[in-house]
Design a protein around this ligand. Sequence first.
Ligand code: PEP
Ligand code: MN
Length: 340
Amino acid sequence: MKPSATQEEVDAVVARIESVDAKAHRSTGDEVTVIGVVGDLEHIERLELEGHAGVDRVMRILKPYKLASSQFRQDQQSVLEIAGRRIGGEHFALIAGPCTVESRDQLLTAARDMVAGGASMLRGGAYKPRTSPYAFHGLGQEGLRLLAEAKEESGLPIVTELMDVRDLEAVTEVADVIQIGARNMQNYTLLTEVGRSGVPAIIKRGLSSTIEELLMAAEYVLKEGNENVILCERGIRTFETAYRFTLDLTAIPVIKELTHLPVIVDPSHAAGRRVLVEPLSLAAAAVGADGIIVEAHPNPDEAICDGPQQIVSADFPRFAAKVELAANLAGKSISAPAGV
Ligand code: PEP
Ligand code: MN
């Protein structure tokens, strides 16, 4: 729309789009409103929107992901605000916590260490995707209850994984951000339901997924009107076996060229070993990531799951201070509550 377009003109264009059963996604920026149109191309072309009052120009987005594409936001990065924390642009999110919620003591101790290190959010899984059906699959409802307690005590927003749409309601009662795990990146019914819930989501890149597939996964959530999507590079499968996965750092600047969405890095699952987490975190900040999600445990040697890769939570403040320096070098600051 033209910068001078009135609200009535925007509404009239949206009504016109909806009259042919196409979907209109409004994106209101500081200067202009962009209306994303998704629907049958023939019908949309027949609307002849160019001539409509207030319309500046009509552009076709050629990428298969439309709402996720940089073009949709005219190359402006999206800055999301989640529970008072900003992510994207100049705001670097420091998300940390245990792989799995194991006990009240474990979670609350970790949460206190995260607060001491100035974390932006607390992570912890109550529902865990495990390779073996015989492994521990998380505390479920009890884990969610403990996360609610940790949130109350620490004031940190909660990131936790949703694996099954049947748990959506219970998970969204405590989660500020729903994590879609790497193994569920292409679970399209799950993505659609998370889109409909409107709850912010982190979508982790599948173990063998291309960047385009990741962006298409984001499109499923965006299509339902949920604009709060964060992408996460967590390592991919390659021929290399010396570490758990290959952290695809090149993907960060490449994804940021293709999309306006924030992109974070999970160094823990990529590394598989604690000593690698710090250098990979610093590298993530250096290549322009909008944040990291790191596993930290009070006593990783006794962790039920992913022990070798979890950093010792008491060491988190020291670790966080180094990451902050790297983020600062990249022109970002650690995301703290709005106004602080
Ligand atoms: C996790 O974050 O604990 C996890 C299981 O991650 P991913 O889905 O990336 O393997
Ligand atoms: Mn884990």
